[in-house]
Design a protein around this ligand. Structure first.
Ligand code: SF4
Ligand code: FES
Length: 257
């Protein structure tokens, strides 16, 4: 059996931008002896070590947990948000996915609602604003014994759990041709709308979160399904249909609309 190489040489074509007012440009950086076992974030660490030794400005990028659960990391790699591996965050993408001699293009998530802070770091606080508008439960749901006393059909619990897998990375927005945040917002609405504890505030929540999403400058869903295809947690667009139903239902009963 042919042995795969343990190290590869690459060229990183990376976006460099000092801030939202700067025009930005690509910079090509050759990187030698990259271990195929590294994650993409570790590759950026290695490049930054190299740049620092050379007295150059390291590449700014976001990350935290490095295990696919916090949603902090993210960049567009070769035209795909989070890179070419399906259902994988940038921090879980490994260099074995690439070949010796590759030129890898790395850009920030681009969307009207995301301003570039520096290089690959974008301001995703618009997503936080949507959560602040209604992504919580404020009614008293009692303690753990009360939760256990409330029977929930398994299928509803599973659907709510699937929606709750959204890590808020915002890649769906970057992948969408309309820069829509509907997959993200629909996951956050669905995780509560499917459970009895979320019902009392469902109407208020749907209107507040959808209105804030619109006010933040996100686009509308155009049914391209790029969001679903890109999502590292495989959030289904079925949630968008549910969000639309929740919003229309709320519009009929709410005085706020
Ligand atoms: S829906 Fe998927 S891509 Fe969008 S924020 Fe949630 S985890 Fe990220
Ligand atoms: S660093 Fe937390 S998901 Fe990638």
């Amino acid at each position: 059996m042919k042995k795969l190489p343990q190290t590869i040489n690459l060229t990183l074509k990376v976006w460099r931008q000092q801030g939202s007012q700067d025009k930005g440009r690509f910079e090509e950086i050759p990187v030698k002896n990259v271990s195929v076992h590294m994650s993409f974030i570790e590759l950026l660490d290695t490049v930054n070590e190299q740049l620092t030794i050379e007295g150059k400005d390291p590449i700014a990028f976001d990350n935290d947990c490095r295990e696919g659960i916090c949603g902090a990391c993210g960049a567009v790699v070769d035209g795909q948000a989070h890179g070419p591996e399906k259902a994988t965050t940038l921090c879980q993408l490994h260099m074995r996915k690439f070949s010796d001699g590759d030129k890898i293009v790395v850009e920030p998530f681009r969307a009207r609602a995301y301003k570039v802070v520096k290089d690959l770091v974008v301001d995703r606080s618009a997503l936080d604003k949507v959560i602040q508008a209604g992504g919580y439960i404020s009614v008293n749901t009692g303690g753990s014994p009360d939760a256990n006393a409330l029977p929930i059909p398994q299928i509803m619990a599973d659907k709510a759990m699937d929606a709750a897998a959204c890590i808020g990375c915002g890649a769906c927005v970057a992948a969408c041709p309309s820069a829509s945040a509907m997959l993200f917002v629909s996951a956050k609405i669905s995780q509560f709308a499917l459970l009895p504890q979320g019902k009392p505030e469902a109407a208020k929540r749907a209107i507040a979160m959808v209105s804030t999403m619109d006010a933040c400058g996100f686009g509308n869903c155009s049914n391209h399904r790029e969001c679903e295809n890109t999502c590292p947690k495989e959030i289904s667009i079925v949630n968008i249909a549910r969000m639309n139903r929740e919003f229309f239902k709320a519009s009929f009963i709410s005085e706020e609309n």
